[in-house]
Design a protein around this ligand. Structure first.
Ligand code: NIG
Ligand code: ZN
Length: 414
């Protein structure tokens, strides 16, 4: 494999030491940079970098040199929360939202997650793969270089397995790390509406053993929310998943303060995601835990719900990540550039904080921060090059516009 040398880099972004696994508190605002730089990629990894004045005389033989023309070089976005395997879009709900219907009212009218589940149950694995692959390609073009994908639109054993096998195919065929989360506990199927215990038993006794047997999931996720899964039900599900080696990630406090965050901390969740509604007890429960708070500002934007209290979490020294939540209902976009801008505009995160939250902390929320999420020697060379920019803050400032010129995955320009 030819080595790749990037020269005339306006600024290298995110030069964190290799042993920095996640950032919290004031560290989240520290984003080491190097201006006027070069960077060498070998065997798919970042092997060296330095100032243009120090370009080594000895370089690998098979070498492709690319002039960054003063563009910035970033580590790829690490999107730790997505639902990109789905059968159909739901723009009819978009119109209902404009007419004033709430997320809960749409769900109660047969929309929402159950709408997607009905459609997915009839879709072929090939059709699901093709549609998800298109979305992945769009995300990659927008700078994403690692992604977590959830099941949760199957809600039957066959359809949850179908979704997870599609995610495995994406993992095998795309050149970026993919993590899979099992989210059968996303909504109760109509036939279990009045028999929650039976659906929980189906998940714990039938789905989990099959999924573990095929090694289809990295994490267990639950939508812990009023009208969805209670704290007690989530507790039971997470305990069962732990028996199969699946660590938790929880959809927590999206619509109400439910106790889901505290439960996540109790189960040492890798992350608790959403957190649009929090109080002091939620924040203090996360302090001194290893659980990452993953915030999803484009979901708040799209369905007009409150924005998470990012400043409260950061000030309390809690590691914060940001992710897209790309799904057909509450966030039909996987554009992490927009997520970073919204984190600045709506979560009042400084550009450096938002960039760290979308890279190193996003990687940490997928347990990948040892291999990606920063420009560090030995890490995967998943990067993007921007146009020349007047400053780092120009990236989120120029919201809704892409500054990205080139994508590099595993040390190759794509
Ligand atoms: N909140 C639960 N799940 C998704 C939305 C799912 C849907 O509406 O299809 C979310 O993360 O926002
Ligand atoms: Zn989600």
């Amino acid at each position: 494999m030819a080595a790749l040398l990037l020269i005339n880099i306006g600024c290298l972004v995110g030069l964190h030491p290799g042993n920095t696994r996640q950032l919290k508190g004031a560290q989240l605002g520290e984003l080491p940079l190097m201006e006027n730089a070069w960077l060498l990629c070998e065997d798919g990894k970042i092997s060296d970098f330095g100032k243009m004045g120090s370009l080594p005389a000895q370089l690998p033989n098979a070498l492709h040199t690319h002039d960054a023309k003063k563009g910035y070089v970033f580590p790829s976005w690490c999107d730790s929360h997505s639902h990109i395997v789905f059968a159909a879009s739901r723009e009819e709900e978009f119109e209902m939202k404009i007419a004033g219907k709430s997320y809960e009212e749409i769900a109660a009218a047969g929309g929402g997650i159950l709408n997607s589940a009905r459609k997915l149950q009839h879709a072929s694995a090939d059709a699901l793969y093709d549609a998800a692959a298109l979305r992945m390609n769009d995300m990659i073009r927008q700078g994403t270089g690692a992604v977590e994908i959830k099941s949760g639109y199957g809600l039957t054993t066959a359809s949850e397995l179908k979704m997870l096998r599609v995610i495995r195919r994406l993992k095998e065929s795309f050149p970026i790390p993919v993590k899979a989360s099992f989210l059968a506990a996303h909504a109760y199927p109509p036939e279990y509406k009045n028999d929650h215990a039976a659906y929980i038993k189906l998940i714990t006794d039938e789905m989990l053993p099959r999924i573990a047997d095929e090694g289809l999931a990295d994490y267990m996720d639950v939508f812990c929310e009023q009208g969805f899964f209670s704290v007690a039900e989530t507790d039971e599900l997470l305990a069962a998943a732990a028996g199969y080696g699946l660590k938790p990630k929880i959809h927590a406090n999206q619509l109400s303060v439910s106790g889901a965050v505290q439960l996540g901390v109790k189960h040492q969740a890798v992350s608790v995601d959403h957190l649009e509604v929090t109080d002091e007890a939620v924040i203090s429960s996360l302090q001194n835990s290893h659980t990452i708070a993953t915030l999803l500002p484009s979901c708040s934007f799209y369905i007009n719900i409150p924005y998470a209290n990012a400043r409260g979490l950061i000030n309390a020294d809690i590691p914060v990540a940001i992710a897209s939540d790309y799904n057909p209902g509450s966030t039909p976009s996987g554009n992490m550039n927009l997520v970073v801008s919204l984190a600045c505009i709506k979560l009042r995160m400084q550009p450096r904080e938002a960039i760290n939250a979308a890279t190193l902390n996003g990687a940490a929320a997928m347990e990948l921060s040892g291999e990606t999420g920063s420009i560090t020697k030995g890490k995967k060379a998943n990067l993007f090059i921007t146009r020349p920019m007047p400053s780092l803050a120009f990236l989120p400032y120029s919201f809704g516009q892409s500054q990205i010129e080139s994508i590099i995955l595993n040390g190759k320009i794509c």
